[in-house]
Design a protein around this ligand. Structure first.
Ligand code: DGL
Length: 265
């Protein structure tokens, strides 16, 4: 049987854990290296050229150090800026995370969809092109949130985050007069991997029920398809977590559920 594959999962912070969680479910046999580029967080506040200049060499160093079989860019803000540059620079297969506009527009009954992402993600031409190509005639509202990724980081670190702070970022996604308006928003794309960390609170604070579209399960299926078939679960290998800031953190146990119960070293 082939040795367990190594999968490198890269994000600006803890948001990529929501993608990792699904990949670990799909491939419990793999060895995981999770890298949070927290020294450069939040990516949503950086320009496209800055992100390219940061990510392309850094991913090259990570590939050299960890020799992964596959790299997952578990960040929309990075993916809509750098995927073509990474694929041109390195031979390892890459899987990106981009706003799930196509499935959201296919699912919306009211034909009104909101895309909630970082300010950088909603500005990028890549995102605009997804709407042009896959909007399927829906009204798509782009909402760039300045704070929600930082609020999600804070909440996962055990810092108190108020409902008001979350609601202020969420409210612009809800277009329409209420739950009975036939033209209301009925589907919201979670276009930042940090946001599913707050999903329970987003659901509770929503002015009316909507479908929340998280691309993580689809990404996990894609990863699984690209790798040789899995060994048995008993083979399942270890997990490492790296913060580029090298800041000490006490999160290993709190993060275990995202690593399928392993304690990342
Ligand atoms: N997790 C990142 C994303 O999916 C964004 C967070 C940040 O601004 O760094 O877009």
């Amino acid at each position: 049987m082939s040795p367990p594959p190594t999968i490198l999962v890269f994000d600006s912070g803890l948001g990529g854990l929501t993608v990792l969680r699904e990949i670990v479910r799909a491939r419990p046999d793999a060895h995981y290296v999770y890298v949070a580029d927290d020294a450069f967080f939040p990516y949503g506040h950086h320009g496209e050229e800055e992100i390219i200049a940061r990510v392309v060499p850094l991913v090259g160093e990570l590939i050299a150090a960890h020799v992964p079989d596959l790299v997952v860019i578990a960040c929309n803000t990075m993916s809509v800026s750098v995927m073509s540059h990474l694929r041109a620079a390195y031979r390892v297969p890459f899987v990106g995370t981009v706003p799930a506009i196509k499935p959201a527009c296919a699912a919306s009954k009211t034909r009104r969809v909101s895309v909630l992402g970082t300010k950088a993600t909603v500005k990028r031409e890549y995102t605009q092109a997804l709407i042009r190509d896959h909007g399927q005639g829906c009204e798509v509202t782009l909402i760039g949130s300045a704070e929600l990724a930082s609020l999600a980081e804070a909440a996962l670190n055990g810092v108190e985050v108020s409902d008001r702070e979350i609601f202020d970022e969420l409210a612009p996604c809800f277009v329409g007069t209420g739950a009975t308006d036939p033209a209301r928003t009925d589907t919201i794309v979670l276009a930042c991997t940090h946001y599913p960390l707050l999903l329970d609170r987003l659901v509770r604070l929503a002015p009316w029920p909507v479908d929340w579209i998280d691309p993580a399960p689809a990404i996990a299926r894609r990863v699984s398809d690209l790798l040789p078939s899995a060994g048995t679960e008993a083979d399942h290998a270890g997990a490492e977590m790296i913060f580029t800031s090298k800041r000490p953190h006490a999160l290993s146990h709190a993060l275990m559920p995202f690593f399928g119960g392993r304690v990342p070293v």
